[in-house]
Design a protein around this ligand. Sequence first.
Ligand SMILES: O=C(O)CCC(=O)C(=O)O
Ligand SMILES: [Fe+2]
Length: 375
Amino acid sequence: MDIADAGKSRTGTPTTYDRFQELKTFDECKSGVKGLVDTGITHVPRIFLRPPEDLAAGNPVSGEQAQTQFKIPVIDFKDIAAGDRSGIVAGVRHAAESVGFFQVVNHGIPMNVLEEMVSTARGFHELPQEVKAEYYTRELMKKVKYGSNFDLYKSKYANWRDTLFCVMGPEPLDPQELPSICRDETLEYSRQIQVLGKHLFHLLSEALGLNHDHLEGMDCRKGHLILSHYYPACPEPELTMGTTRHSDPDFLTILLQDYIGGLQVLSQNEWIDVPPVPGALVVNIGDLLQLISNDKFKSVEHRVIANHRGPRISVACFFTPHLYPTTRVYGPIKELLSQNNPPVYRETSLKDFIAYYYNKGLDGKSALAHFKLLQ
Ligand SMILES: O=C(O)CCC(=O)C(=O)O
Ligand SMILES: [Fe+2]
């Protein structure tokens, strides 16, 4: 039975359902969720079904639930160049300490660069399957790879999402490794996002009461990954998820999303929509920044609901040296500690942190708990 057929009969008892085999069949097709959708399926195959306990855990699946009046802050960077930073620093501090997310407008990246990044990311995912299959791998050290569900064999259920993953630094990437359909656009977006990243790390350093170059001095901006996500239209979006709830395994994420929507942030036990704002970029604090800020900044859980209007395209830029071999260890920044604010986390190398995160997969639990000191 192929994976698409598996979706047509979901009444099998656990003994007749060889989950591992179905995951393997899906993986070996090398055509991702998009490939499944292209076969014309009308049901979500079993490997993607959220288990009943997940559906029942007070975990609404669409933006239809009553949402509070709370909104993700939108911060205008227009006055940054004019030297008027205090209001911007205050806004960044407030967002980083509370919801962990904000949107930035007038960030300096031209609209055409954003649009071309989204359209060529889409172009990659809509290439013929045999072209994309050349990039399909689960090899950890590969710098440019396409795949579906990095945690496919570990997670409780697979997500309705495919991803093109590119390690853009700190070691220069040979441009020829990037698929030609999105090569120039990804390189240009990467250049621009590093400039915005510089501004953001300066603002975040100031928001912590440190010198503006403190976080850069810790190599927080050294290296970034660009993940181009493709969320195909889903025939039964309420039964699965675009991305399971998680927090990000980096210092900082800058996310470009198209107009479809579906990203939600957990705030005071409610899922809050991050509405698409034309031209805006979404910024969120990652686990490593929560760790080095000793819990001052919050790496907040978020998720993406599956949709039937798609495809939805989003491009996430993760600031982390990631695969770069560094001996640096990261723990709470000494200047932030005091008798009243003792360290909450032990020091860790990035390698250990990333290994722990990837091995765990997206299981709805924070990786940070593992690095907490016993109080
Ligand atoms: O697609 C999105 O909006 C969010 C993706 C995300 O959370 C991630 O890449 O970590
Ligand atoms: Fe994320």
